[in-house]
Design a protein around this ligand. Structure first.
Ligand SMILES: Nc1ncnc2c1ncn2[C@@H]1O[C@H](COP(=O)(O)OP(=O)(O)OP(=O)(O)O)[C@@H](O)[C@H]1O
Ligand SMILES: [Mg+2]
Length: 404
């Protein structure tokens, strides 16, 4: 743009150092040496990484000296054309970019487009000799954060402070939005998985009811009908015996199904008895040695707490049966101060807890997440320690509230 160029203060051009066109000028230390007289009071422990796009070494020096006067400690590089700018943007991250309006081989608009093209969130300030208002407005419209004249460099430090602050706020708000999106996605994945599990359970219950209870009741009806037809015949006792046997089996099956859904003992007899019963049942079913210990004085607890604690133990024992290949398992239920501690240890294969929790949080499984959720909802916390080949130790701590 020749018109704009002609308006640029000539002195930004006349000090062009031909050596600079060869590439990035790592001039931080050199500039620092030239700047000894300035008392730089750092405002931040971190160095301000400034990328200067300027063909004039002297102008860059003035810009950096102004920033040091403003209290910044600086690491800077100076580039002079698109190639060196691209290289500098690729090899380092920058806090701020300060660009001259026009250089022999680049101008502020092109440099700004390049930064925007790379989607870098780095404030872009144009510090220029005098150019027309239109040119300044055009650069601002294109997305530069500020336009300063080289003869009003006193505005530079406040502008940099402001842009750093705004960049920080932009990043914080982006991070917060990202966190909210992640949390939403997790909740969504969890709810979807919950619904899938619920469906699977319903399907299982429907199948069990149809295949076992339904068929048993059909057979029962058949035997009763046949017995009615044969009233007074010698076959009757055998038929009634068969009907009674089927009724007995059906009752056992019903009991199993309802126990699997929610053990009635939990409401009737409480946590300790139910957990002991469940541990015995599991030991018999899996052939694992399961030891159960509960503090002698542990009586009935708040019903929500009993349910939460039982469900955590139930999932931990199910996981042991499914994954651990354990020989020995211990369950402890003890009171420690104002808290109830549930500790479940196995000597099985162990697992990488962080990887499993990450997978679980993405919705791949539900057990670990629901154990933690149960503990948290009851006001407590859950810890899982495990290592490959060294078994697993799950501990849940629940606050004890007096029974109301
Ligand atoms: N006691 C254990 N021993 C060894 N591996 C375990 C144990 N507990 C959990 N794991 C590992 O952690 C993973 C996650 O457990 P989680 O209970 O969340 O899922 P799951 O049991 O696979 O499925 P579900 O959603 O039905 O519970 C398991 O797939 C398993 O690899
Ligand atoms: Mg599980």
């Amino acid at each position: 743009m020749p018109v704009l160029r002609s308006q640029i203060a000539i002195d930004s051009f006349k000090r062009v150092n031909p050596k600079l066109s060869s590439g990035i000028d790592r001039s931080a230390s050199m500039l620092a040496e030239r700047d000894e007289g300035v008392d730089a009071a750092p405002v931040d422990a971190e160095l301000l990484r400034v990328l200067i796009i300027d063909d004039s070494e002297d102008d860059a020096f003035l810009v950096l000296r102004e920033l040091r006067r403003g209290g910044f400690q600086i690491a800077s590089e100076r580039v002079v054309d698109a190639a060196t700018l691209r290289a500098a943007l690729a090899h380092k991250s920058w806090h701020i970019i300060i660009c001259d309006y026009a250089l022999p081989r680049l101008n502020a608009l092109a440099a700004l487009r390049l930064v925007q093209h790379l989607a870098l969130d780095v404030p872009f300030l144009v510090v220029s000799g005098r150019v027309g208002e239109d040119a300044a407005a055009e650069v601002m419209r294109a997305g530069a954060q500020d336009f300063l004249l080289k003869d009003e460099l006193s505005r530079l430090t406040p502008a940099v402070h402001r842009e750093l602050r705004e960049t920080r706020m932009r990043r914080q708000s982006r991070a917060a939005s990202q966190q909210a999106r992640d949390a939403n996605a997790q909740v969504h994945a969890l709810s979807t998985r919950m619904l899938e599990i619920q469906e699977a359970e319903r399907r299982l219950i429907a199948t069990e009811l149809h295949d076992d209870i339904g068929q048993a009741l059909t057979a029962l009806k058949f035997h009763i009908d046949a017995a009615r037809r044969k009233l007074g015949t010698p076959n009757l006792p055998a038929m009634l015996d068969e009907a009674a046997r089927i009724a007995e089996q059906t009752l056992t099956k019903l009991r199993d199904i309802s126990l699997a859904l929610r053990p009635a003992q939990l409401d009737d007899l409480g946590l300790v008895a139910t957990l002991r019963w469940h541990a015995d049942r599991q030991a018999t079913a899996t052939g694992t040695d399961i030891k159960f210990f509960a503090d002698a004085g542990l009586g009935r607890l708040d019903s929500g707490l009993e349910t939460a604690c039982f469900r955590v133990a139930q999932e931990a024992l199910t996981n042991i049966a499914k994954h651990a290949k354990a020989n020995q398992v211990s369950i402890e239920l003890i009171v420690e101060g104002d808290a109830l501690l549930l500790a479940i240890r196995d000597d099985g294969v162990g697992f990488d807890t962080e990887a499993a929790l990450r997978l679980a949080a993405s919705g791949a499984s539900l057990g670990l997440v629901s154990m933690r959720e149960r503990a948290t909802l009851a006001g407590g916390e859950l810890s899982i320690e495990s290592a490959s080949g060294h078994g697993t130790h799950i501990q849940a701590r629940f606050p004890l509230r007096p029974l109301i």
